[in-house]
Design a protein around this ligand. Structure first.
Ligand SMILES: Cc1cc2nc3c(=O)[nH]c(=O)nc-3n(C[C@H](O)[C@H](O)[C@H](O)COP(=O)(O)OP(=O)(O)OC[C@H]3O[C@@H](n4cnc5c(N)ncnc54)[C@H](O)[C@@H]3O)c2cc1C
Length: 648
């Protein structure tokens, strides 16, 4: 469903407005009300929402019924007045008011540095284009190749196209979508609320708060339709290598097409949008080729297993208990004969009442008809799900507990999640023991409960507290030596998240590949985007830019796309042929990344996680808050780069 205009031809009946407003999120309605009316009376104590509990949108604001009713009535009046005045253009709140409203509606202090970033969301600034039109005389010189047509590749391609920059997107698959095209396993979906995990410029009426894979993929396909992205994508084309030619100031990119033939393409600018959760990681186990049943990685789920009855009576193994396993298990437990989960380490799992909750017509109406509602709802989610928790993830050096928690607040989180887990698992002491992590909450990305604990209690489900050692013709042998027989083995074992640009050979100015420059698992780049010796190469979701503390990858991608566009704009404005980040700037940045990580929960020795490389250095996630990354990526500073004029 796409959004409707904020300027309806006919004014809705009061009863229609009232019904929709009844479904509204109270803190969001309050912000909209103050923005629409300018009346600061609504910032009085009587209307102050409570602080939201954990990770939910605090729909009632914790306010008494009569106060909620008063707010709703006032919103109805404000909207009727707005129609009365001929539905004028919305005037978004200024930065000062945004900052005040964020703190007020969050029921806690949102630090002032969030004001500008939140204002950008509230104003909808990221909806626009970041590049001016390319001057005609540069048309043939400023060209680009983009690798990958997931969210990242589509976002940058749309910007390049609007500026008239000639480019091709090279995509190994046959369709756009990346993660969401490939991951089709039962239960696949987002664990970031969809009204946040969505593209700022492309609205959608989500059917549930946490969209499932088909809806997310449909949304991305609709984005591709809207911006004619497919016209610029060469599908079935895998990039094998890329080599920078200093003399020509361009990249030579070796590709292989679906029919096995290969060719070399060239472009001034090379943009990697290959993602970090795209190359499935399978464990290297003895006997992998001997199993006679079906065995596959979660990202390669065979769709025929979705046919009715296909799993009936089957003995299914799920190897791993991370995010994908957690979505698959509850989705198939009722359909299989038996299910055995091999868990090396339990996860921290948070409750979330909205996980399966549908988004009703009333909310859709507000998103599309109440000026500012969509933007304010998103801004609030971007506090609750993105940065709110970050300050609690710093290790307190005085904290006496060496492993289970890192500071007093983190200890409180631990107690809260344990209470929830125990309540869900009831009298199953065996499961409680197996499900209690021995590392601090947030040491790995938090998961949201989708019925996992209840599933564990089902009689046909077994949780094994070990990993697997080998594969046999009939099943698996776990690390205690116990053999298990299966018909189907699903490896929910994640991706090569610490191997950037893998498995491409990307060769820089000096003739070294990225692997030679960085080591196999130790990538680094300035802002995670650009690296010395690799001029004119921009990496989207590069090293240290994924989110460990929660939040939406799409926010990060939008900031990176803006930064890359700013770099390209600088090249165009200054007639540059090459832009290469300075080594000292990159080293200084990466020292700061490592220093910041050393204080964060992710470097805590009590657990392993997909953020760290085998040596323990965190290479995948950002150490800072999103607002810090937002500030760092707002503008390109040419002083950070060696710039070469365009060779005439
Ligand atoms: C199951 C799952 C659930 C997720 N849930 C969330 C969530 O709730 N919230 C969140 O923020 N993030 C989530 N993510 C992370 C998700 O990967 C990102 O949010 C986002 O989709 C990344 O987009 P991308 O375009 O950077 O990369 P991808 O979506 O990974 O796209 C990369 C594209 O590049 C192509 N490609 C790769 N190598 C080559 C090559 N050599 N040649 C040609 N093409 C190539 C791939 O085929 C793919 O199409 C999830 C990921 C998975 C796998």
């Amino acid at each position: 469903m796409t959004s409707v205009s904020l300027r309806p031809e006919t004014r809705p009946a009061t009863s229609e407005i009232r019904a929709a407003v009844a479904a509204g999120n109270i803190p969001t309605l309050l912000a909209v009300l103050v923005e629409m009316t300018g009346d600061r009376r609504w910032l009085g104590d009587r209307f102050r929402p409570t602080r939201s509990r954990g990770m939910d949108d605090n729909s009632t604001g914790g306010l008494p019924e009569d106060v909620q009713a008063e707010i709703r009535d006032a919103v109805v009046d404000a909207l009727e007045d707005w129609y009365e005045q001929g539905s004028p253009d919305r005037e978004p709140a200024d930065e000062e008011l945004v900052a005040a409203l964020m703190s007020f509606t969050a029921g806690e202090t949102v630090p002032p540095e969030f004001g500008p970033m939140m204002s950008e969301i509230v104003r909808g600034d990221l909806r626009g284009t970041h590049l001016p039109a390319l001057p005609a005389e540069l048309g043939s010189t400023m060209t680009a190749l983009v690798i990958g047509a997931g969210v990242a590749g589509m976002l940058i391609s749309t910007q390049l196209a609007e500026a008239g920059i000639e480019h091709t997107v090279l995509e190994k698959n046959d369709e756009v979508g990346g993660s969401w095209y490939e991951n089709q396993y039962p239960g696949a979906g987002v664990d970031t609320p969809s009204y946040l995990y969505s593209i700022s410029s492309f609205d959608h009426d989500w059917s549930t708060h946490f969209g499932k894979r088909d809806e997310v993929q449909g949304y991305l396909q609709a984005f591709a339709d809207r911006h004619s992205v497919r016209d610029r994508v060469r599908f079935g084309t895998e990039v094998l290598s890329a080599t920078y030619d200093s003399a020509a100031q361009h990249w030579e990119v070796r590709v292989r097409y679906r029919d096995g033939s290969e060719s070399t393409l060239t472009s001034r600018i090379l943009i990697s949008a290959v993602g970090i959760l795209n190359r499935p990681k399978l464990p290297q186990l003895a006997g992998m080729d001997t199993f006679t049943g079906r065995m596959f990685h979660s990202a390669d789920w065979p769709t025929e297993l979705d046919e009715p009855g296909a799993l009936a009576g089957k003995r299914v193994a799920i190897v791993g208990s991370g995010a994908s396993a957690m979505q698959i298990g509850p989705a198939i437990a009722d359909k299989v004969g038996s299910m055995t989960i091999f868990q090396r380490s339990p996860q921290w799992i948070a409750p979330n009442d909205d996980y399966f909750a549908p988004v009703g017509d009333g909310v859709h109406w507000l998103m599309n008809n109440l000026p500012g509602y969509r933007e304010w709802y998103r801004a609030r989610l971007s506090w609750i799900f993105n940065d709110k928790v970050h300050s609690t993830l710093h290790v307190d050096p005085e904290w006496p507990e060496p492993t289970a928690s890192i500071n007093a607040v983190n200890h409180g989180h631990r107690e809260f999640y344990l209470r929830y887990m125990r309540a869900e698992l009831g009298d199953r002491d065996d499961l409680i023991e197996l499900s209690t992590p021995d590392y601090p909450p947030f040491g790995k990305r938090m998961l949201l409960d989708n019925g996992w604990f209840r599933m564990l209690r089902q009689p046909n489900v077994e949780l094994v507290g070990h990993g697997v050692d080998s594969v046999t013709a009939t099943g698996l042998v776990d690390s205690t030596g116990r053999a298990h027989d299966f018909d189907i083995i699903v490896f929910a074992t994640g991706f090569h998240s610490d191997r950037y640009l893998y498995p491409m050979d990307v060769v820089g100015r000096s003739g070294k590949t990225t692997v030679e420059a960085w080591g196999d698992h130790d990538a680094y780049a300035y802002l995670g985007i650009t690296a010395p010796d690799f001029p004119n190469l921009f990496i989207l979701t590069g090293p240290n830019t994924a989110l460990g503390h929660g939040g939406s990858f799409i926010s990060i991608l939008e900031y990176q796309v803006r930064y890359v566009c700013d770099a390209i704009r600088a090249m165009i404005d200054n007639r540059l042929g090459a832009l290469e980040v300075r080594r000292e700037v990159t080293e200084e940045y990466n020292d700061a990344v490592d220093r910041a990580h050393a204080k964060m929960v992710w470097t805590h020795p009590a657990m392993t996680n997909w953020y760290r490389n085998p040596e323990g250095r965190v290479v995948a996630v950002l150490p800072w808050r999103i607002v810090d990354y937002w500030a760092k990526t707002r503008r390109v500073d040419l002083a950070d780069f060696h710039a070469e004029p365009l060779d005439p």
